[in-house]
Design a protein. Structure first.
Lengths: 179, 132
């Protein structure tokens, strides 16, 4: 799920909870919010504030509906095989997942972000990493390259044209031994 | 066309009358055949499919697109695979399984079964767990 979709959902959910709680208070006879609301609404400038806030909430709600209806974008797909029975293609999302999964075996890697580019005769991969502070970076990088390349070529049948490893930082929170 | 939603279907006339198969039926047959293949973790259906399943509505045609003619059908499968499987082998099994299921149940000739791998399942098998 896209991060923006999640954030928007949380914001609107919180607004909905607050609004429903206030209405519940009214229903149960709690008069203080009603009195406060009447005082607030009697000031003309405050009506503008309420109007503007309402428009924003309506727009956010419409945006959320639009994002829901859009569905997941199909990311680009790489052709693995084209035989008599049909084509076999793999999406870049699936390749990302495979790389993330293959890199899990290497405990020294704290975070990894694969970037893939489709080229004429294969795939170029760049792996952006954060490693644990005690990692031997050249060794970890070599191990990662071998692991990812062999996994993609053996299991996905794609040719890895180039595989770069970019160590972007060191994470000072060591990865938990037990997850 | 009646007021009811028009259902896409294939019709076949015999001496006794017309046999009609809704396209969704072909999609469901394909979906069921695909999910029975070891190595396929599930079908990829997007956000709408996910919400429908959360509400308890199981969509057996999720992740399947069919193009059905009078006598032939073409199928597109959108699948999520399990980690560690060899995709070419798995795709071949899926293609053969779906083709056989549709042809035997509907009599349609399947001209192609295209497999689109959309993701990899992150569920660990028992042999992969470090701590038990």
């Amino acid at each position: 799920m896209q991060p923006a979709y999640r954030v928007l959902s949380v914001i609107l959910a919180i607004l909905g909870i607050v609004f429903a709680t206030v209405l519940l208070a009214f229903a149960m006879g709690w008069v203080i919010p009603q009195a406060y609301l009447q005082t607030f609404l009697s000031i003309p400038n405050n009506l503008w504030i309420i109007g503007a806030a309402s428009v924003i909430v309506i727009l956010l709600g419409l945006l959320l509906i639009a994002m829901s209806l859009q569905g997941e974008r199909r990311s680009w797909e790489l052709l693995i095989e084209d035989a008599a029975l049909g084509r076999v293609e793999i999406s870049v999302t699936a390749l990302h997942d495979m790389i993330l999964r293959a890199s899990r075996k290497i405990r020294e890697i704290r975070e990894i972000r694969p970037v893939l580019r489709y080229e004429k005769d294969g795939v170029a991969v760049a792996l952006h990493l954060k490693v644990n502070p005690d990692a031997n970076i050249p060794e970890v990088s070599r191990e990662l390259q071998q692991e990812v390349q062999s996994y993609l070529e053996e299991k996905a049948g794609i040719h890895v044209k180039r595989l770069r490893v970019l160590v972007e930082g060191v994470s000072y929170e060591a990865r938990a031994k037990v997850e | 066309m009646t007021d009811a939603k028009k259902i896409e279907e294939t019709s076949h006339t015999t001496s006794l009358g017309t046999i009609r198969i809704a396209n969704e039926v072909v999609a469901v047959i394909a979906g069921l055949a695909a999910t029975e293949i070891d190595g396929i973790a599930g079908m990829s259906g997007g956000i709408a499919g996910g919400i429908a399943e959360m509400l308890g509505r199981r969509n057996l045609a999720r992740g399947v697109k069919v193009d059905v003619g009078e006598q032939e059908a073409a199928v597109d499968l959108f699948i999520v695979v399990e980690y560690g499987v060899r995709i070419q082998d798995l795709a071949l099994k899926a293609q053969e399984g779906v083709k056989q299921a549709i042809e035997s149940m509907t009599g349609l000739a399947v001209i192609e079964v295209n497999v689109h791998v959309q993701g990899v399942s992150f569920t660990e098998g028992p042999e992969e767990q470090r701590v038990k």
